[in-house]
Design a binder for this molecule. Structure first.
Ligand code: AP5
Ligand code: ZN
Length: 214
C-alpha cells in the first residue's frame, strides 16, 4: 500500500504517520525527517539545505526527488510506504508519475491556519526517532523527555511564528494544488483521495484515518 499524507505544516502528518506505519507495517518516508537528519550529521546535503529549512523555504525539487527515489528502492519499501511531506510541489508529484510509482491513497489532513500556529508553538520533538509531542495537546509522560528513550525533547528552529506563516503561505501556493492533481487522476489511476478533518483529539483523527484505509 502506498499512501501520501498531505496537509499544512502542523496538520498532524508526523503524528498520524507513526500509527499508520505500525498498523500497516509500512515505513514512513518523511522528507523533513530525512533532511533534518542530514543537517544534524553535517553531511554535504545537510549543509546545502540547513539555511533554507530554518527560514521555512522549500528545498529544490531536484534534491528532494533524488532523495526519495533512492529511498523507495530500499528493500523495506517493497510492500509499500507512507509519504509524509512529499510530494510538496507539482513537479515532485510528476516525478513519481514518470517513475511509475502508483499511489493508492492520498489523505489530506485539513486544519485551519489559525490552529496551526498554536500547534507549532507547543511542538516538541525527539530528534533521533521523529516522535512528536505537544506541551498541552499531546504531552510526554515526563515533561521534556521522550516516552521511549528518556532523551531530551527539542523545539524545531522553523517553529517560530513568522517562519510558520511563511511555511503556511508556501503550502497554499505550492502544495495545496496537489489535491486537484490527484483528484483529476482518480478515475484513470484508481488513486483514492480523502479529506480528513484534522481538528479533534489525536485519537479521533487516528480513527478517521484508519476508517478510510481499512
Ligand atoms: P516537514 O518536516 O515536512 O514539515 P511540515 O510539512 O512543515 O510539517 P510539520 O512536520 O511541521 O507538521 P506535521 O503535519 O508533521 O505535524 P505534527 O504531527 O508534527 O518539512 C520541514 C522542512 O523541510 C520544509 O519547510 C522544507 O524546508 C523541507 N522539506 C521537507 N520536505 C520537502 C519537500 N518535499 N520539498 C521541499 N522541501 C521539503 O504535529 C504538529 C504539532 O501539533 C505537534 O506538537 C503535535 O503534537 C500536535 N498535534 C498533532 N495532532 C494534533 C491534534 N489532533 N490536536 C492537537 N494537537 C495536535
Ligand atoms: Zn512532520
Amino acid at each position: 500500500m502506498r499512501v501520501i499524507l498531505l496537509g499544512a505544516p502542523g496538520a498532524g502528518k508526523g503524528t498520524q504517520a507513526k500509527y499508520i506505519m505500525e498498523q500497516f507495517g509500512i515505513p514512513q518516508i518523511s522528507t523533513g525527517d530525512m533532511l533534518r537528519a542530514a543537517v544534524k550529521a553535517g553531511s554535504p546535503l545537510g549543509l546545502k539545505v540547513k539555511d533554507i529549512m530554518s527560514s521555512g523555504g522549500l528545498v529544490s525539487d531536484d534534491i528532494i526527488i533524488a532523495l526519495v527515489k533512492e529511498r523507495i528502492e530500499q528493500p523495506d519499501c517493497a510492500k509499500g510506504f507512507l509519504f509524509d511531506g512529499f510530494p510538496r510541489t507539482i513537479p515532485q508529484a510528476e516525478a513519481m508519475v514518470s517513475a511509475n510509482v502508483d499511489i493508492d491513497y492520498v489523505l489530506e489532513i485539513d486544519v485551519a491556519d489559525e490552529e496551526i500556529v498554536a500547534r507549532l508553538s507547543g511542538r516538541r520533538v525527539h530528534e533521533a526517532s521523529g516522535r512528536v509531542y505537544h506541551t498541552i495537546y499531546n504531552p510526554p509522560k515526563v515533561e521534556g523527555k521522550d516516552d521511549e528513550t528518556g532523551d531530551a525533547l527539542v523545539q524545531r528552529p522553523d517553529d517560530q511564528e513568522e517562519t510558520v506563516r511563511k511555511r503556511l503561505g508556501l503550502y497554499h501556493d505550492q502544495t495545496k494544488p496537489l489535491v486537484g492533481f490527484y483528484a483529476a487522476r482518480q478515475a484513470s489511476t484508481g488513486v483514492k483521495c480523502h479529506k480528513i478533518p484534522g481538528v479533534g483529539s489525536v485519537e479521533e483523527i487516528r480513527q478517521r484515518v484508519l476508517d478510510v484505509l481499512k
